[in-house]
Write a protein that binds this ligand. Structure first.
Ligand code: ADP
Length: 618
């Protein structure tokens, strides 16, 4: 645990403990104050009643004396009256002639000159005399001020009480508590409650330090200390756990970052959460938070069956890319390996997925491309072996062909010359001229038959009728031509639907596309900026593939005889590509057309029937 945390915990503990202690002390002090107030109130009441009783006795003595009661009876009566009140030491009835003592203790009463007073009064003696007299007319009641307070009046809890003379402030009587080491003192000052004797009285109670709730204070601080230690312990454990988690996460991130395989972590919805540097190199820059399938375009290349990407991205089981999977990066297709692995929580819930991508190394990529090309060549070989062999014999046959044709052609020439001659006679020999023309027609038909036989010889075997994804086929050809595309730095612009299933022969479709792309590349060989636009769109029941280049375009002469065999402008060209491609397209039920593109370059359009699920009968 770090020092600041300790310091803060100590500070919080001290503040909480101090606040709690202050609360406990304040509560205790309030209790003590309430007890003091109650005791003072009770004692004040007792003393006030005592004074009232003295005055009542004064009024009684005055009344009885006014009635002229027999002195003996009055004496007995007054003695009975004052007996319960020890502070009343005597009563007198006075006249100007002298005073008669009615009830008296043992001590002699001080002298007090007679003065007739219609209203009750308090008469103080000079000096610090303990007695004072209450007088009303001729009656006097002598009170011992020191006896006003009786020990039994005091509460159990020591209380200091002082009664004072109202006129001089002199202390009449009091009861002081033993002086100790006082922590604090409560005090209160009141007046005793009669109009005649409004004596000030002061109450005080002192408390020592022992009155504080030391036990509870100690318990409170121990409790808060334990809580603080508990908090520190929890924080320490939490801090360690947090640190361990951080270290674990750093290690995991380090492994991900250091991996030479591309790793893309996805959330359960397929949005990108984390991308390592290798993945950025292989896949390109990915936006965090955006769906992965919008950013990573994958598709199979070596297999004709396209990758079901929707199923691939949403599967809950681990799955590997099929052999030869390629992904699109900056318009280029890169062969990759890897797959998608789901991350499952403890209860089997999907936490996310991890996409691993490994670029099939350039050597392996070339090997695969070669393999791909090799496989293709084998396939093409099977299909075209007889075709090529027939073509190769074309040269050998040309002599025979020439021989075959020379004869009818010579005959046609002879018939023509004879016909001309017969028509030039006068008169013209029409029957023989007709025979000559008829002979020309027969020889010409024979020539046509010879040529038709040759065409039949070079025509290919019937095409397959299966489902072909035109998008996939174009991708395959681009991968095949990748080396040339890179060499010429061709910018390839594609505008494809997700898939374009057509009815046709996979090899023938690719052969047509390969012819068109190769011609485009050859046309751009010398051009400045090389740009190849490929577009696939639906047109009714057809798929239309447009291949447009930025090459020199088609000259008027070439355009006029574009799809005719042996029509070439290239030094080593055969002039058979377009003618064969058109024958193949027509054989598949489609069409191939070509023209100059607006502006610059040539544009070829291949149409193929869309796949409807049924294979038409041949
Ligand atoms: P080859 O390529 O052997 O010459 P093709 O039948 O494929 O035979 O092409 C015939 C001719 O059509 C080419 O020689 C060329 O002059 C012309 N041609 C074909 N495609 C293009 C194109 N994209 N741009 C310009 N000319 C083209």
């Amino acid at each position: 645990m770090s020092r600041p945390v300790w310091r803060w915990t100590l500070l919080v503990w001290a503040v909480v403990t101090a606040l709690g202690a202050w609360g406990l002390v304040a509560a205790r002090r309030a209790d003590l104050r309430a007890a003091f107030d109650l005791d003072a109130r009770i004692l004040h009441r007792v003393l006030s009643q005592r004074l009232e009783q003295q005055e009542t006795i004064l009024y009684a003595v005055a009344a009885l004396s006014d009635q002229g009661m027999d002195p003996g009876r009055l004496n007995r009566y007054v003695q009975t009256l004052i007996h319960p009140y020890p502070q009343i030491v005597a009563a007198q009835v006075c006249t100007p002639a002298g005073c008669q003592v009615l009830a008296s203790g043992h001590r002699p009463l001080p002298r007090l000159p007679f003065s007739f007073q219609e209203q009750p009064a308090v008469n103080w003696l000079a000096g610090e005399h303990p007695l004072y007299a209450l007088t009303l007319r001729g009656a006097r009641v002598w009170v011992d001020a020191q006896a006003l307070l009786v020990a039994s009046d005091l509460p159990r809890e020591p209380l200091s009480v002082q009664i004072y003379r109202p006129d001089s402030g002199e202390r009449l009587t009091g009861q002081a508590t033993p002086a100790g080491r006082a922590a604090f003192t409560f005090s209160a000052e009141k007046q005793l409650g009669t109009r005649l004797e409004p004596f000030p009285v002061r109450f005080a109670r002192t408390h020592s330090w022992q009155v504080w709730p030391w036990g509870r204070l100690a318990a409170w601080s121990i409790l808060t200390m334990l809580v603080a230690l508990g908090v520190v312990w929890l924080l320490t454990v939490r801090g360690r756990t947090h640190q361990a988690l951080l270290d674990e996460r750093r290690r995991a991130q380090g492994v991900v970052q250091a991996s030479t395989d591309g790793i893309v972590v996805l959330d359960p919805q397929g949005a990108v959460v984390q991308v390592n540097p290798a993945a950025r190199l292989i896949v390109g820059e990915l936006r965090i938070g955006a769906a992965v399938q919008d950013q990573v375009q994958v598709g199979a290349t070596l297999s004709q069956a396209p990758l079901d990407t929707a199923q691939f991205w949403s599967a809950r089981e681990a799955q590997a890319f099929p052999e030869g999977t390629a992904l699109q990066r900056n318009g280029q297709r890169i062969l990759v390996e890897g797959g998608l692995t789901p991350l499952l929580g403890e209860r089997g819930q999907l936490l996310g997925r991890v996409l691993t991508v490994r670029e099939v190394g350039p050597l392996r990529q070339r090997l695969l491309a070669r393999l791909d090309a090799g496989e293709r060549r084998v396939r093409e070989h099977e299909q075209m072996l007889s075709h090529v062999s027939r073509l190769s014999t074309l040269g050998e046959m040309s002599a025979g062909l020439a021989h075959e044709l020379t004869q009818p052609l010579t005959a046609i020439v002879s018939y023509g010359q004879a016909g001309t001659r017969l028509l030039g006679q006068d008169p013209p020999d029409l029957p023989r001229a007709r025979q000559a023309v008829q002979g020309m027609v027969t020889q010409a038909q024979r020539s046509a038959q010879i040529i038709a036989r040759l065409r039949t010889l070079v025509r290919r075997a019937p095409a397959q009728r299966v489902q072909v994804d035109v998008v996939q086929a174009v991708h395959n050809i681009l991968t095949l031509c990748q080396a040339d595309l890179s060499r010429l730095a061709v910018t390839v612009e594609t505008q494809f639907p997700v898939a374009a299933p057509a009815l046709g022969d996979p090899v023938q479709v690719e052969q047509i596309i390969l012819n068109l792309v190769r011609n485009a590349l050859e046309a751009m060989d010398e051009a400045g900026e090389c740009r190849l636009d490929l577009r696939i769109e639906a047109a009714g029941d057809w798929w239309r593939l447009t291949v447009q280049d930025s090459g020199a375009g088609l000259s008027g002469e070439t355009l006029a005889r574009l799809f005719q065999p042996f029509q070439t402008s290239k030094p080593g060209g055969l002039g058979l590509g377009l003618s064969l491609s058109q024958t193949l397209a027509q054989g598949l039920g489609g069409e191939l057309t070509g023209a100059n593109a607006p502006g610059r370059g040539a544009r070829f359009v291949l149409t193929l029937p869309q796949w409807s699920g049924d294979v038409p009968a041949r």
